[in-house]
Design a protein. Structure first.
Lengths: 317, 385, 298
């Protein structure tokens, strides 16, 4: 109950912040919220389930393009567009996961990387359907139950989506499914010996996280009212991977910290070092993997631990 | 090369900042003008030189006392050539209070920035974009200064009218610029009744264009339209053309006027003709090239001239409006007539008074040739033959 | 038929580049088990380094003749490869971290190299003068450019040398021993450090050579890296991971397939780039051990 109230308060605070920002800041803010949602689901896929998959942005892009194409070309009602998008994403994810999760480490990485390149090629040569290189635009969020949702109210919708993503992943992580995922990540042979169905667990983890990425994509589609291939490039995928590694692989809080730090960093360091922030990210990742493999979040561990101990003592008294 | 370019932009920005600061201290505030530029993305190699021209023009205006007694302050934002980032950066510029935005990035990025400038009706000027439909979007204060693609087809068709090219082939690449241009060329050739016997594109990142050009060769066209290719694809096109011993005339577009191809496809392009928006023998162009050379110690290309002309247009508009309010500037630009500019054929200038916000003179596109690995002046201009 | 013979030459030449990229992967994978996705960026940097030392376009403004220029570039690449190993891999191996940690840290390196290349060389394609020019050469029914023949010749020489090295020299045997069992090899007196460093250095040299060869045709370009990484890895997967001859076979087959699909199948030409991707996915799913069987180990 207490954790539920904390979450509710946090979401309300995030919504409230949306009402205080100017148009440029709220644009930056919305994209930050979307990155956090993506960071959380990718953390589950890569950090908790141990799958080095570069397909996360494919699903983000799929969700975004599906809803945009549904509105522009197919004239579907919004609810149908969203529901069908999630359904198709789930089927596609499962179909991709069944063969690809058999692949290990670098092979899965390269297979999903190839998938990402194919997706971009498909978009680029989709002519009028996808708008090619310059993207598909000229649509906007249809009225929902008669209300035109815009400005900070749309930001609130994104906060809601983020909250949903967080709750789903948090529940999964704490369940026996989450423990199975971690067991497979750490030692698949041992996990299978304990009776865990590794292939099934991996496929489910891949499918759920991919659908969550598509959900984020659907919300992304109305941030700029444009979907363009540049946003779903391999470069973005690398940044997402780096965010999770920098924050702390395998921990929700780590993913959030990593996303916030790397997303906000360019705004502060670009005036100082120009366009070298991406290079700096690469270097930071190398340094952290070597010297702080548990990420930035591990720096807070002593504090968290102390608080937990204090709470425990209090409970015992 | 790119290294020195970055440096020179950095130093001129710094110099500009100083100038602006000094001006602001003495008199009133500066007039803020935003610039969207691709400094780090795929299209930076043409976006940067365009911006260099913009910077130089503003320095010149400021050195001559500014406009309405105030200095112009340019605020540069890098959009990485990405439409989504371009929208964000346009928003930032609007929030910063710029009186207008100069778009020096690619067409896709410009298009998305329009959705932002439309909200506040901020005047937006696209220096070099050639995309056809930008002015059909919401912002009635958006103005396009470069020659649209359909104008290039019309000019090339007029030039080749007497040459009897009964059937032609189109070769582009899969960049946004080229695919959009190929669409327009297909349409323009269709309207003129010239059959297209083969259409190929060279994908960005491929190692060779031999298979594509073999297909073109097999279709036996009388001439090949090489449409808006950029970077390595241009080089691959000409290499494969040589390797396959092809002889058909090549009809290119304004992209070929980037002098770097004289190095990257050295000696391979001789005999090619292409449409361009720049006539090096136009008096305004000669004067511009001299000033550019004196300042940067290198030859100006059409790219810098595009960026230069945006400033000419906006300064003229602010003067005539005698105001820095966005709607007043917008109105003044729309009334611009007969304003001389560096780009375009001799005797042509800015003219928005026809009610078309694509301000490039319909008779302003020229045809140039490449001979002995060097560009010639205009060998033809306009759409009448 | 003329088209077919021209395609054989041009597809073979492209395929040779993929084979070399596959070899670059393999040289590190065999002894260390690490997959280094940054090899494509080595090729990109090799191209820009060639432009830097062989032309006056980039700093330094000196224009060395082809052979000394090539040697300088390859020496730089060897240093780069060794430095990457020392900075990004050695600390992890010392700590006993799994190979996936090295793979991730090399992804960080990949981005650093990509950005260094883009800042140093810019975003435009820059050329080097190909040593033998672009004219058309015909021999029997075949036709190509001197550059394509040069690429093929260089590749065959490299593969012959690598094969001889592994099969016929004591050093090559040491590599082989390490690839079979690191600890046993160490006990047998093989210097693990030396083997690892030379593996990374030679991998960078081979990829850098690809960059130099490409700079003479399509130019040195900041975005070539990722495509070459995929093509090289695909060559390896097609031929059979772990075998030197597999890399050569896989690369050449891929190059030929790409050219023939492009020319004779009625697909949109933008789909050329999809060929290696589809081939890679198909092989990973259907025949993960490639055409040639894996020779044990691992």
């Amino acid at each position: 109950m207490k954790s539920f109230l904390t979450l509710l308060a946090a979401l309300l605070a995030l919504c409230a912040l949306g009402f205080l920002l100017g148009s440029y800041e709220s644009d930056v803010y919305r994209k930050l919220l979307l990155w956090i949602a993506l960071g959380l689901s990718f953390n589950f896929l890569f950090g908790i389930s141990g799958q080095v998959a570069f397909s996360h942005f494919v699903f983000l892009g799929f969700g975004a393009y599906w809803v945009a194409i549904s509105l522009v070309h197919w004239d579907l009602p919004l609810a149908v567009a969203i529901a069908s998008g999630l359904l198709v994403a789930a089927v596609a994810a499962a179909m991709i996961a069944i063969p690809s999760t058999r692949l290990e480490g670098p092979y899965l990485a390269l297979a999903t990387l190839a998938l990402g390149q194919l997706f971009l090629l498909g978009i680029a040569s989709g002519r009028d359907l996808t708008g090619g290189d310059s993207g598909l635009g000229g649509y906007s969020l249809p009225p929902i139950l008669g209300f035109t949702v815009k400005g900070p109210w749309y930001t609130a919708c994104i906060v809601l989506m983020l909250g949903l993503t967080y709750v789903i992943l948090d529940r999964l992580d704490r369940s026996s499914f989450g423990r199975a995922c971690r067991a497979i990540r750490d030692n698949q042979t041992a996990a299978q010996a304990m009776g865990i169905n590794a292939p099934r667990t991996k496929v489910i983890a891949f499918t759920i996280t991919s659908v969550l990425a598509s959900l984020a994509g659907i919300f992304y589609a109305f941030v700029d009212n444009l979907v363009a291939p540049g946003a779903f490039s391999l470069e973005s995928m690398f940044i997402l991977l780096f965010m999770v590694i920098v924050g702390g692989t395998g921990r929700q809080l780590g993913a959030i910290i990593g996303v916030v730090v790397l997303y906000m960093a360019p705004f502060f360091i670009e005036p100082l070092i120009g366009h070298y922030h991406f290079m700096a990210f690469g270097a930071l990742v190398v340094i952290l993997i070597i010297y702080k493999p548990n990420g930035l979040v591990s720096m807070f561990d002593p504090i968290l631990k102390r608080r937990r101990m204090a709470a425990l003592e209090k409970a015992q008294l | 090369m790119m290294f020195s370019l970055n440096l020179s932009i950095a130093t001129s920005t710094a110099a500009l900042g100083l100038l602006a600061a000094a001006g602001g201290a003495q008199s009133q505030e500066t007039i803020k003008v935003g610039v969207l530029v691709d400094q780090t993305g795929k299209t930076s190699f043409y976006s940067q030189p365009v911006t260099e021209g913009t910077l130089m023009a503003v320095e010149e205006v400021n050195a001559a006392g500014g406009v309405l007694g105030r200095q112009i302050e340019l605020i540069l934002e890098d959009d990485n050539g990405r439409p989504d980032l371009s929208a964000t950066k346009a928003r930032k510029l609007v929030d910063d209070g710029v009186v207008a935005i100069i778009s020096n990035s690619n067409s896709g990025a410009t298009r998305q920035a329009i959705s932002v400038t439309a909200e506040s009706l901020t005047p937006q000027l696209a220096s070099a974009n050639s995309a056809e439909t930008l002015t059909t979007l919401d912002n009635s204060c958006f103005f396009q200064l470069g020659p649209v693609e359909s104008l290039q087809v019309k000019t090339m068709l007029a030039f080749t009218k007497t040459k009897g090219y009964g059937k032609v082939a189109l070769v582009g690449d899969n960049s946004g610029l080229s695919t959009a241009a190929v669409d327009q060329f297909r349409m323009g050739l269709g309207e003129a009744g010239v059959p297209i016997v083969e259409e190929q594109l060279i994908p960005v990142g491929s190692q060779t264009a031999v298979p594509q050009l073999q297909k073109v060769r097999a279709a036996e066209p009388n001439a090949i339209y090489q449409v808006a290719q950029i970077g390595p694809q241009v080089v691959q096109f000409f290499q494969a053309y040589q390797q396959l011993g092809m002889k058909q005339p090549i009809l290119g577009t304004f992209n070929l006027s980037s002098s770097s191809y004289l190095t990257t496809a050295k000696g391979l392009m001789d005999g090619t003709v292409f449409t361009d928006a720049f006539d090096p023998e136009k008096p305004e162009a000669i004067a511009f090239s001299e000033r550019f050379k004196a300042k940067f110690d290198k030859e100006a290309t059409s790219l810098e001239a595009y960026g230069h002309d945006s400033v000419v247009l906006i300064v003229d508009a602010i003067k005539r409006a005698n105001s820095t309010e966005r709607p007043a500037i917008c109105k003044a630009i729309a009334e611009t007539k007969g304003l001389p500019r560096v780009m375009g054929a001799k005797g042509t200038g800015f003219d928005f008074s026809r009610g078309d916000r694509r301000g490039f003179d319909p008779e302003g596109v020229v045809v140039r040739a490449i001979e002995n690995n060097a560009y010639t002046g205009a060998v033809f201009s306009g759409t009448k033959n | 038929m003329q088209d077919f013979f021209e395609l054989i030459v041009s597809g073979f030449a492209s395929g040779c580049l993929y084979s070399l990229m596959g070899l670059s992967f393999l040289l590190v994978m065999r002894p260390t088990g690490v997959v280094n996705f940054a090899v494509g960026q080595y090729a990109m940097l090799g191209g820009f380094a060639a432009v830097a030392v062989m032309t006056t376009i980039l700093i330094p403004p000196i224009a060395l003749p082809y052979v000394p220029g090539l040697l300088v570039v390859l020496a730089l690449m060897a240093l780069l490869g060794a430095a990457v190993e020392w900075i990004a891999v050695k600390p992890l191996v010392d700590r006993g971290a799994p190979p996936v940690a090295s793979m991730l840290s090399l992804l960080g390196v990949l981005i650093v190299l990509l950005e260094v290349g883009a800042r140093f060389g810019g975003t435009e394609a820059l050329p080097t003068e190909p040593p033998f020019g672009f004219r058309r050469v015909e021999f029997g029914p075949f036709a190509g450019t001197p550059q394509s023949l040069f690429t093929i010749a260089v590749t065959l020489v490299i593969f012959a040398a690598v094969w001889l090295f592994f099969e016929r020299t004591l050093w090559g045997r040491a590599f082989e021993a390490v690839s079979l069992d690191r600890r046993a090899a160490q006990l047998m007196g093989v210097n693990l450090r030396l083997v690892t460093v030379s593996a990374f250095a030679s991998s960078a040299v081979v990829a850098g050579l690809v960059g130099v060869l490409i700079s003479g045709t399509t130019g040195a370009y900041y975005q070539v890296g990722m495509a070459l990484t995929v093509q090289g890895f695909t060559a390896l997967v097609v031929g059979g991971v772990g075998r030197v001859d597999g890399a050569l076979l896989g690369g050449v087959l891929l190059g030929l397939l790409e050219a023939l699909v492009m020319r004779y199948l009625p697909v949109s030409s933008s789909m050329t780039l999809a060929v290696p991707l589809v081939v890679l996915l198909a092989f990973l799913v259907l025949r993960p051990h490639g055409l040639l069987a894996n020779r044990g180990g691992h």
